[in-house]
Write a protein of this length. Structure first.
Length: 203
């Protein structure tokens, strides 16, 4: 499982790098190379935007974190973890795995129809809105120009006629490490990190 970098941040699933050394040694090598492990709480980041973040439909990624639409908000949050999400809400929906029921986890994404809904083939199944689920079973989302970024109970979303469900981008059993990479490292995918480490091992 490999992740595309976002700027100088890249999430890595260390077992997927298939290294001949342990995780601790691998991280020590990366630290010597100028990589820094960072802890990112995307729910806390999302909450920091409640009542602050400005909504504008079609907001550009270069405008975050001052101005969002719903999907640029979730894309920006995941980007802080070094995980690149697609841009549009329907693309995020399609990139995630469907969750049938149960208690949803922080970082899951809730989807619904919106003022404008995207669809592949059936307009009755359109996706137009997305928000971030929290451990408290709430959803934080960039709602509209009047409300900006808000936090609401998930059950409110589930009661909407246009609710499209909750989906998960990162499997619950996958533990990720977020790395702040040196600017000159040219890390595009987490798999690139494997080769940086292997170059430092005895031959």
């Amino acid at each position: 499982m490999h992740f595309q970098a976002v700027g100088t941040r890249c999430a890595a699933h260390l077992p997927s790098l298939e290294l001949p050394i342990g995780d601790r040694e691998a991280l020590e090598i990366l630290e010597r190379l100028g990589y820094r492990r960072v802890s990112v709480d995307i729910v806390a980041l999302a909450r920091a935007q409640v009542g602050v973040g400005v909504y504008r439909r079609g907001a550009r990624m270069r405008e975050v974190p001052s101005t969002f639409d719903c999907s640029s908000f979730t894309k920006w949050l995941y980007g802080q973890r070094g995980v690149r999400l697609p841009r549009k809400s329907i693309q995020q929906y399609e990139a995630c795995s469907f969750l049938s029921s149960g208690r949803f986890l922080a970082g899951d994404l809730a989807f619904s129809t919106g003022a404008f809904s995207w669809y592949r083939h059936n307009p009755a199944l359109g996706i137009g809105h997305v928000g971030l689920v929290t451990d408290e079973q709430t959803v934080i989302h960039a709602a509209n120009p009047d409300l900006g970024v808000v936090e609401e109970r998930l059950e409110v979303w589930q009661g909407w006629q246009g609710f499209r469900g909750v989906r998960r981008f990162i499997p619950s059993d996958v533990e990720l490490v977020t790395l702040e990479c040196p600017p000159d490292a040219e890390i595009e995918w987490s798999d690139d990190i494997r080769w940086k480490i292997l170059q430092r091992l005895p031959r």
